[in-house]
Design a protein around this ligand. Structure first.
Ligand SMILES: CC(C)(COP(=O)(O)OP(=O)(O)OC[C@H]1O[C@@H](n2cnc3c(N)ncnc32)[C@H](O)[C@@H]1OP(=O)(O)O)[C@@H](O)C(=O)NCCC(=O)NCCS
Length: 183
């Protein structure tokens, strides 16, 4: 399929996209994930309320280290996806407040970035998720990604607001009771 953009934008495989870059906005930086972040993040993420809408349960340091070690590889062996993960950190005092992530894959010739966000309970309600998600989505759109999507529980007001904030709108598609948002 012919897509707008320079010739080199056609048929870019997900693995060929740039890895996660450091990004910065007014109040936060997005720091590309490293395995060593596990020690800092495990106590902050040790909170079952963070899993109300996304399932699963908190991971201990070892589990988080293993997860991060898999994630920082950046791509599965067959190169069908690009995994991008960032820690969200406040600029004023360096405090980590959460993380954002994106999985980019080629679907019928389109590069689709599925995005997600988590902000620790003590830092919620300050607009950090909106700021971090916007920063990530804007960067993805500069990286030849054709479409940003998110899968969100319809009852999750905060996440719905974040999705709208980054220019996504809900679709009729549901996967595991989550609505697909795209934009
Ligand atoms: C979703 C989440 C990241 C939002 O983080 P946040 O930093 O509090 O979000 P923001 O401060 O940017 O606020 C976004 C919107 O959510 C609202 N909001 C924030 N916390 C809220 C709460 N506890 N209850 C209801 N609404 C809330 C904000 O008021 C804002 O809406 P508004 O613009 O209408 O005022 C956070 O609640 C979270 O990590 N939840 C658990 C993990 C999760 O489910 N992630 C979603 C995966 S896609």
């Amino acid at each position: 399929m012919l897509r707008p953009g320079p010739p080199q934008a056609i048929g870019v495989p997900p693995w060929a996209l740039a890895g996660a870059q450091p990004l910065r906005s007014d109040r936060i930086v997005l720091e590309p994930l490293r395995v060593e972040h596990a020690e800092e993040m495990a106590p902050l993420l040790d909170d079952s309320t963070l899993h109300t809408f996304i399932g699963g349960k908190p991971a201990n340091v070892q589990e988080l280290r293993s997860r991060y070690a898999r994630q920082v590889i950046g791509s599965p062996p067959n190169g069908s996806q690009r995994w991008l993960n960032w820690i969200v950190r406040r600029r004023d005092d360096g405090q980590a407040v959460g993380f954002v992530q994106s999985t980019v894959s080629d679907q019928d010739g389109e590069l689709i970035a599925a995005v997600a966000w988590v902000v620790v309970a003590s830092q919620q309600g300050n607009g950090y998720a909106r700021e971090a998600a916007r920063l990530m989505a804007d960067w993805l759109r500069q990286q030849r990604v054709d479409r940003v999507v998110a899968y969100i529980n319809p009852g999750h007001h905060a996440s719905n607001t974040v999705a709208r904030w980054i220019g996504l709108t809900p679709t009729d598609t549901k996967v595991d009771d989550e609505v697909r948002w795209q934009g």
